[in-house]
Design a protein around this ligand. Structure first.
Ligand code: ZN
Length: 152
């Protein structure tokens, strides 16, 4: 895929998921939840997870913020549903590398599916925290850590 194609896809996906986020709902009977806040942009969201038999059986989020924070959370819920917590955290590590290292990252885009479009965020360093907010919040929820995490 060329850089231009990826850029177009990035815009399409961010706009689509930003406007119509998937799994934008609280989960009834959630086993873990956490709240995240990105003071740099004002994005906030709460992630709800239902763990069953050692996998993320269901995941949802609610919140408000810029299109990138919403789209990234939406894509995240689609990507980690059905995965084990350890696999979800491994995916976070890959996404993080994609966002912070851009074209130099060692991750194969094919391994990430739709999440690969997030590599477009790399061109806008100020937006990286918007894109990682949902993932930091996911990790906090899975680790049962602080009730609120911030990207600072
Ligand atoms: Zn933002």
């Amino acid at each position: 895929m060329s850089g231009d194609e990826l850029r177009d896809l990035y815009q399409d996906v961010i706009i689509d998921h930003g406007k119509r986020p998937r799994n934008f709902r609280p989960i009834e009977g959630a086993t873990c939840t956490a709240e995240g806040f990105n003071p740099l942009c004002g994005d906030q969201l709460r992630v709800y997870i239902k763990l069953e038999d050692g996998v993320i059986a269901d995941i949802g989020f609610q919140g408000a913020g810029c299109a990138i924070s919403q789209a990234s959370a939406s894509l995240m819920t689609l990507a980690v549903k059905g995965k084990k917590p350890a696999q979800a955290l491994e995916l976070f590590a890959r996404v993080h590398s994609l966002l912070t290292e851009g074209p130099n990252n060692p991750v194969e885009p094919a391994e990430l599916g739709k999440l690969a479009v997030l590599s477009g965020v790399w061109e806008f360093p100020v937006r990286v925290k918007c894109a990682t907010l949902a993932w930091h919040t996911l990790r906090s929820a899975l680790e049962g850590g602080a009730s609120q995490v911030t990207t600072e």
